[in-house]
Design a protein around this ligand. Structure first.
Ligand code: PMP
Length: 394
């Protein structure tokens, strides 16, 4: 009898042959600006821990206190016996922070997109999506019976063309979905233009603000605040796994949205609620953002310095306008060698290669943190310069 699971190894080996397999790095300490990776001290340049809230004393303390008061787990899904007062409190805090009516927390940003998007549209509707949207939006879209249209990356002209077509076809609902910040290039969706177009064509807007909150806008309130369109994006989706430094996803908008989402999203209804520690840490992270504006300021100070210095060294940093700064080197093999050289000099910054980006656009993706000092940045820049010259990138 043939082995029915033989494909597991065969498919894995194919990935290895194509250098498409993931090798896992092990952090032997917290996710912090300085940490130990695979036994070596590193300056962290590739975590989403933008504000270093993973290590903020108030955030850690809140998690510890919540365990003492509420225990280690929630015991159930929210609609049955897992809806604790801190879950409700977190949602009120998110709504206040995002200056909207209501919010709903999901186990992760991924499950928010995957759970809600397919409920918003159905047969007879259309979803219009940026070609570079995150995989969790793509999976959400794949679960709908709605028609799909894809527009060129951040191309408001193409989006309008799609909207015209959609209007002509007399769909019941039109849903526009986009990432706010695109995580491979660090560029922004033109959310102001998207909102204008949506209002003109009667479409619903759904913006994934995973890399925008804690980073962009007034006090890190996100991309809608950045573009001055707060209150005009119908559904703002976010995550606690990046600038907030914890984990968990959410959607924010109207009270109607909350009630709809909690009654319809299968990933919400059928998956246990967050542990008290996670939930309390999220509440504390919002509180830190509201009361300690210095972290967002420091993040941008670091970002502007690092980006400018990389450019002056002659590196191609693409079209980034955010703390995600790619160092584009072309071939995958060069990106991999650059990352290895940096690792050798104590800098943890990983390569992003095909199929995540085009074959000739392989890169090292750096992500800035407010927890890095000027000295850390200078050490990193020296390493980039040295490795860049060795590999004849600059
Ligand atoms: N959307 C975007 C744009 C993301 O970058 C990510 C994280 N990779 C997610 C959604 C998923 O968020 P989470 O880590 O909370 O599942």
């Amino acid at each position: 009898m043939a082995n029915p699971t033989a494909f597991l190894r065969e498919e894995y080996e194919k990935l290895v042959e194509g250098s498409l397999d993931w090798k896992l790095w092990v952090l032997e300490g917290p996710s912090a600006p300085h940490t130990v990776v695979n036994g070596r001290e590193m300056i962290m340049l590739c975590s989403n821990n933008y504000l270093n809230l993973t290590n903020h004393p108030k955030v850690k303390e809140a998690a510890k206190r919540a365990i003492d008061r509420y225990g280690a787990g929630s015991g159930s899904v929210r609609p049955i016996a897992g809806n604790m007062e801190i879950h409700e409190e977190l949602e009120l805090r998110i709504a206040r922070f995002k200056r909207c009516e209501a919010a709903l927390v999901y186990s992760a940003g991924f499950t928010a997109n995957e759970g809600l998007i397919p409920q918003l549209v159905d047969k007879g509707d259309v979803i219009i999506s940026d070609e570079l949207n995150h995989g969790s939006i793509i999976d959400g879209v794949r679960l709908t019976k709605a028609d799909r249209m894809i527009y060129g990356h951040s191309d408001a002209g193409e989006l309008e063309k799609a909207l015209k077509e959609a209007r002509k076809a007399e769909y019941r609902r039109i849903l526009i979905t986009t990432d706010g910040v695109f995580s491979m290039d660090g560029d922004l969706a033109p959310v102001d233009e998207i909102v204008e177009l949506a209002e003109e064509y009667g479409a619903i807007t759904y913006v994934d603000d995973a890399h925008g909150e804690g980073v962009l806008g007034d006090g890190g309130r996100g991309i809608a605040s950045h573009f001055g369109v707060e209150g005009r994006v119908d559904i703002e989706m976010g995550t606690f796994s990046k600038a907030f430094g914890v984990m968990g996803g959410y959607v924010a908008g109207s009270l109607d949205l909350r009630l709809f989402a909690l009654n319809k999203s299968r990933s919400w209804l059928l998956s246990a609620s967050h542990s008290p520690a996670v939930t309390a840490a999220c509440v504390a992270a919002i509180e830190v953002l509201e009361t300690e504006p210095q972290w967002v300021r420091k993040l941008w100070e670091n970002t502007n310095y690092f980006k400018q210095e990389l450019k002056s060294l002659g590196f191609d940093t693409g079209i980034s306008v955010t703390p995600i700064t790619p160092v584009i080197v072309g071939e995958s093999s060069v990106a991999k060698r650059l990352s290895e050289r940096l690792f050798g000099m104590g800098i943890f910054a990983l390569p992003i290669v095909f199929p995540m980006v085009a074959r000739d656009k392989a890169r090292i993706r750096t992500i800035m943190s407010a927890g890095l000092t000027r000295e850390d940045l200078d050490t990193s820049l020296e390493a980039f310069e040295k490795a860049g010259r060795e590999l004849k990138i600059i």
